[in-house]
Design a protein around this ligand. Structure first.
Ligand SMILES: *Cc1c(COP(=O)(O)O)cnc(C)c1O
Length: 400
């Protein structure tokens, strides 16, 4: 079948809840993908940062295949021999005492919200079912009904109410707004250290530090959603480390299993994570031995290939080079590590057409919101490959 046939079939039989670029990927390796006609492209999206380790990483393939031959699923009704090692290695790498594994990012966000509510009732003493959680405008935390309750993107929420009570939305990047929103019933403040889906929005310097201080001062949990920014993407293991802060609860997913498998997790220390009692929360597939084995290998790749440092170094280089491109369309280049957003001027006609043009040059990017092109290649990208891409990017950013 060719590209057009695949697309026609997908449009006929599949729900139209996405608007993908018309490239049908049939094969991938490292930073490269190939379409149905054998054309080769540089992947500059990395599945929204789920592929930090690069496509089809051999070490993770091996872990997947070996574990798949042994045991794939036990459910948590029984124990398995991969989960304890996953817990321990994750704790050693992140510095949090304990974790709770789920599958999708949205499930881990829901888990963190439940944990914060439980903490509010059992530790802080908030009257039951009155806990409030503060979130930020422009956020992206996933697609469940509770999570879209506090989205400010009309497309994500408007046809899907009624919604879940207990959330307060305030301006992102404004610490004073948090201070004003906190009440004695506030359980947590949940923020993305950089808003990825929101358009690679980097908050003002000192913001995360201020969030940390306000949370500590008011006995409120600081929840960092590091699903997209975590695990090396921004040049630190966690993006919050750019301001030297440690959240009480951290949510990770995406690159946690290197693009092979949906594995997410919530991290916290024992006084918080220890609150969950048997039966209060769970997932049939969460913590399964196949996912745990894959995630262990994915974490080992981040560590052994020094991907955090690579991201910092190559991200700086890539961002500098992008910022030097003279272009009538570009308003701003921003980001941290290899999470880079190029914001176009409103009159540029939208980021989509630039992504289409780059695809024709062998570079796959995706617009986020209308005016931002995100450049977030796998962290294994060689410098020469960035140099290969720059002339095409320069040409595209100068098209009429
Ligand atoms: C992708 C993402 C999620 C949701 O993850 P899913 O696996 O798609 O459910 C949540 N938060 C952030 C910051 C994300 O980037």
């Amino acid at each position: 079948m060719n590209t057009q046939e695949y697309i026609a079939m997908e449009e006929q039989y599949g729900a139209h809840n996405y608007h993908p670029l018309d490239v049908v990927v049939t094969k991938a390796e490292g930073v490269w993908v190939w379409d149905a006609e054998g054309n080769k492209y540089l992947d500059c999206l990395s599945a929204y940062s789920a592929l930090n380790q690069g496509h089809v990483h051999p070490r993770i393939v091996e872990a997947l295949v070996e574990q798949a031959k042994k045991v794939t699923l036990t459910s948590r009704a029984f124990r398995n021999d991969q989960l304890p090692l996953f817990y321990k290695e994750l704790s050693e790498m992140t510095g949090y005492d304990m974790s709770l594994p789920m599958n999708s990012g949205a499930e881990a966000v829901e888990t963190a919200l439940k944990l914060a509510r439980k903490w509010a009732y059992r530790v802080k003493g908030v009257p039951r079912h009155h806990a409030e959680i503060i979130v930020c405008a422009g956020n992206f935390h996933g697609r469940t009904i509770s999570i879209i309750t506090f989205s400010t993107e009309p497309l994500y929420r408007d046809d899907f109410g009624p919604f879940t009570p207990g959330f307060k939305i305030i301006e992102y990047g404004n610490a004073k707004a948090i201070e004003d929103a906190i009440t004695p019933n506030t359980a947590a403040v949940m923020v993305e250290p950089i808003q990825g889906e929101g358009g690679v929005i980097v908050p003002p310097a000192g913001y995360l530090k201020a969030v940390r201080e306000l949370c500590t001062k008011n006995n409120v949990l600081f929840i960092a959603d590091e699903i997209q920014t975590g695990l090396g993407r921004t040049g630190k293991l966690f993006a919050m480390e750019h301001e030297g802060v440690r959240a009480d609860v951290v949510i990770i997913g995406k690159a946690l299993a290197g693009g092979f498998y949906p594995v997410s997790a919530v991290l916290a220390d024992k006084p918080i994570m220890g609150l969950f009692q048997p039966g209060e929360h769970g997932s049939t597939f969460g913590g399964n031995p196949l996912g745990a084995a894959v995630a262990r290998a994915a974490l080992a790749v981040i560590r052994d290939e020094d991907l955090v440092a690579r991201s910092a170094e190559l991200g700086n280089y890539f961002m500098e080079q992008l910022a030097e491109i003279p272009s009538p369309h570009v308003k701003e280049v921003r980001g941290k590590g290899l999470l880079i957003g190029v914001e176009l001027k409103p009159e540029a006609g939208g980021a989509r057409r630039f992504c289409e043009a780059m695809k024709a040059q062998g570079i796959l990017c995706k617009e986020t919101h209308d005016n931002v092109i995100r450049f977030a290649p796998p962290l294994v990208i060689p410098k020469e490959t960035i140099d290969w891409a720059l002339p095409s990017i320069r040409e595209t950013l100068n098209m009429a």
